[in-house]
Design a protein around this ligand. Sequence first.
Ligand code: C2O
Ligand code: CU
Length: 483
Amino acid sequence: MKREEGGGAAGRRDFLKASASLALAGFLGAPRVAGAASANPAVLEAAPAAQQLAPAQYPATAVWAYNGVTPGPVLRVRQGERLRIALANGLPGQDTTIHWHGIRVPNAMDGVPHVTQPPVRPGERFAYEFTVPDAGTYWYHPHLASYEQVARGLHGALIVEEERPIEVDRDLVWVLADWRMTRHAAIQEDFNDLHDLTHAGRLGSVVTINGRYAREHPLAVRAGERVRLRLVNAAVARIFGLRFAAHRPVVVALDGQPVAPHPLGERGLVLAPGMRADLVIDFDGKPGERHAIEDAYYPGDRAAVAEIAYADDLPRRAGERGAVPRLPDNPLAEPDPARAERHELALQGGAMGALREARVRGEVLPIQRMLREHHLAWAINGVAGKARGDAPLLELRHGRHYVLTLRNETGWEHPMHLHGHVFRVLTRNRAPVPHRPWRDTVLVGRHETVEIALVADNPGDWMFHCHTLLHQEGGMMGVIRVG
Ligand code: C2O
Ligand code: CU
């Protein structure tokens, strides 16, 4: 596994050492969710901006941002209400769109260039408007050159509030991002690097939470408070494995969808690109304590990504709190595996893989030509996907039940994301998955087989792709047609 440790890039460890002395307690809590009815901006303008992402001794970083900040503004809407927002493209010379990741939108609002809408050119606008059927934690990002545009900072959280949320003292959003920086804290502009493309994607050197170097801005908590923490992994490649020392977070939702409340397991919270999780954390430490939140996903690379700092105040309350209640279910159609039609989707390619050739725009090309002429290294069912012009991978009938078997034939992990629907994760290597969670993105391990089930109840052409954004760009994408 390639990790940016020194070399041309400022290494993650260097930054950590450099900031060993923590600044006084900041409030990583912002942006918050609670409060008065939302005032969403009418326009999201994608444009260049500058922001302090690296530790304080480094300069600010030139980024691309929505309305001047990365992550973009937290959008909030109540379940069942309409979201109306215009995208204005202020980018220097690149088209863009917005995709509303995880929201079951009508197809025309899905933000996929050439498939659901024309690209939005510099200086142009596009009005998005749709009803949000499901409560939960979602996010938005471009779907055009997203391996570059998301990496430059275009991403933000979208929160759909339940009519009756579970009771907590605070409701917080953490958008995680991973930046590959030079020694001068500039974004390294090797977005389509061939090594990244054929391996684990573009891993960075600096992790931020809500666009700040988190270790300099600890999460200030008060002993005795109960917090709902909504995590969004907006990184283009990094998978997080978060461990909350001395705390026992309870998982209440995955990818926005409620799940039976259960404590985090041994491996901590595994959050691959595109995924979200809602945790309820009881801060039952003592006033004045400090604890690290560590990312230990990749073997041999453990790093603290955030810090919890207890205020010196007396505990907010004495004694135990009750069990964490279950969130109300969203109105999803329950798939019945017994009467489902079955299809297989084989994930193929990558370095050291067995893929010899694949279909590129109708023509079968050997892997060398795919790489050299098209920068493609991945395929699904023998097709290296481009954003337009390919026949659908699958054609599903509106209203029918399906079980899809995702068979990973590669030596790499892939967070596979389906637009327009959510699915239940049934099995991994034939073993039943606890809670059979609803998801829109499922991490498929090396040479692993995962079964998912869904009702194809949203008509349209929907993207199905890896959310390691260079894998997507490199061919691991296709369209699933529901008609
Ligand atoms: Cu979050 Cu097709 O993507
Ligand atoms: Cu992938």
